[in-house]
Design a protein around this ligand. Structure first.
Ligand code: ATP
Ligand code: MG
Length: 401
């Protein structure tokens, strides 16, 4: 037997009461978007679950791979369907078990009888189906606790659904079901992980990156595009805003003493990010900051930086250790991109002795001798916007590699 359908379970979604319809619609759209190039795939959403149908085996396997990355899915299983009739179920059970390697394996039948009018009780069904399977697969032995093969039979009014496989979904909520935010995406390890965690909670994102050509290279930009593309694979297209930051950084170096220039740099970045955020209608800014990791991430520094805006700044990594963050970045596939050696704008202009407790009065004092606003405006207005979605937009970089 070849699987043709996948049952998709929502998990947390089903708890969401009134918002549920909207969540299900968003999830359906995200799954559709992720499968657009698979010609034989179709989707059918029901109130508490969804079915993906695929006619070709290749599409089926590809769909299983892609579903495991899409937020809002608790688990999914390839299923076989038949009439809600005991003989039909027994026959289908053999086909389903036939897809498994049964040599020396243990086995159990689990029944869910959603249709209470079905004329057999659970115990009877378990015995009838289990006995039939054992008769045809005598190499199997029954085991109630943690069997190798769990045959799940779900009997509903519209038919019986059988499966022997459960794949874990990515969990979380469908991207886009919890609003929109702007992610400050450097080329480092942390910020892509921060973006991933927010997307997992259903937040769709645009990304903003500060580049300082010619001090930063085209390859640094390519790195950030590759990181953005990875983030897209978790459920929704991500737009990338590349900010020309060179002139501002040069002005900062001239106006502000070395040990405070990092604080001012961050304050300028945040003001630019906030204007872009407003233009795209996002509600919050997301960063990869983690408490105490570097001088700009002490509570004093965060306070001094944060002063420039009242917009919520979401810092999902704030309490995580670097090693935990690295582990996550390896899991989500951003680590190998993040460790490519190209410098970003901060690395190049980083002073050797940044203050861990910058005094706000001092920062105000040095910033007051120069009008940064025109440069901020220039940076916002002259940004490059790239729609990153899968393989698009990359060709122009191919010859650089
Ligand atoms: P990351 O690994 O994300 O680069 P980090 O530990 O290197 O973080 P910093 O360089 O101090 O820390 O940056 C702190 C945060 O500021 C980053 O997580 C990111 O959100 C933002 N940020 C830093 N540099 C840039 C940049 N060039 N473009 C956009 N955002 C940036
Ligand atoms: Mg960094």
């Amino acid at each position: 037997m070849k699987w043709k359908e996948i049952l998709i379970r929502y998990g947390e979604l089903s708890l969401k009461g009134r918002n549920r319809n909207q969540f299900v619609r968003k999830l359906k759209k995200n799954i559709q978007d992720a499968m657009t190039d698979l010609q034989t795939v179709r989707l059918r959403a029901e109130r508490d679950r969804m079915f993906l149908l695929a006619d070709s085996e290749k599409d089926m396997n590809e769909a299983i791979e892609r579903l495991s990355h899409i937020f809002g899915i608790q688990s999914f299983s390839p299923v076989a369907m038949c009439d809600a009739d005991l003989d039909a179920i027994k026959q289908k059970a053999l086909e389903v078990i036939g897809t498994e390697d049964t040599a020396g394996k243990t086995f159990k039948v689990e029944i869910k009888r959603a249709d209470k009018t079905f004329p057999y009780v659970t115990g009877e069904l378990q015995q009838a189906i289990g006995g039939h399977v054992l008769h045809h697969f005598p190499e199997l032995t029954v085991q109630m606790k943690k069997p190798d093969i769990l045959l799940h039979v779900d009997i509903r009014k519209e038919g019986a659904f059988l499966t022997s496989k459960v794949y874990k979904g990515a969990g979380g909520m469908p991207v886009g079901s919890n609003g929109h935010s702007l992610l400050m995406l450097s080329g480092g390890i942390d910020s892509p992980v921060a973006g991933y965690l927010l997307m997992k909670r259903g937040v769709s994102i645009d990304a903003i990156h500060f580049a300082s050509p010619p001090y930063t290279s085209e390859l640094a930009k390519r790195k950030v595009m590759d990181l953005t593309e990875k983030l897209c694979s978790f459920g929704a297209p991500v737009r990338l805003h590349i900010i020309p930051f060179t002139e501002l950084q040069q002005a900062i170096v001239q106006q502000v003493p070395n040990n405070l220039s990092m604080t001012t740099t961050r304050r300028m970045m945040l003001q630019i990010a906030d204007q872009v955020r407003e233009q795209i209608g996002a509600l919050a800014i997301v960063t990869g900051e983690s408490l105490g990791q570097v001088a700009s991430q002490t509570l004093d520094s965060l306070t001094a930086i944060n002063e420039v805006t009242a917009t919520p700044i979401l810092r999902p990594l704030i309490a995580m250790d670097k090693l935990e963050i690295i582990e996550l970045s390896e899991q989500i596939g951003t680590y190998d991109i993040s460790i490519r050696p190209y410098e970003d704008c901060c690395t190049i202009f980083t002073p050797s002795n940044p203050k861990t407790k910058p005094k706000l009065e001092k920062v105000h004092h040095y910033e007051s001798f120069f009008d940064f606003q025109p440069l901020i405006e220039y940076a916002v207005n002259n940004r490059e916007v790239i729609e990153v979605w899968k393989e698009q937009e990359k060709d122009e970089f191919e010859d650089l590699l």
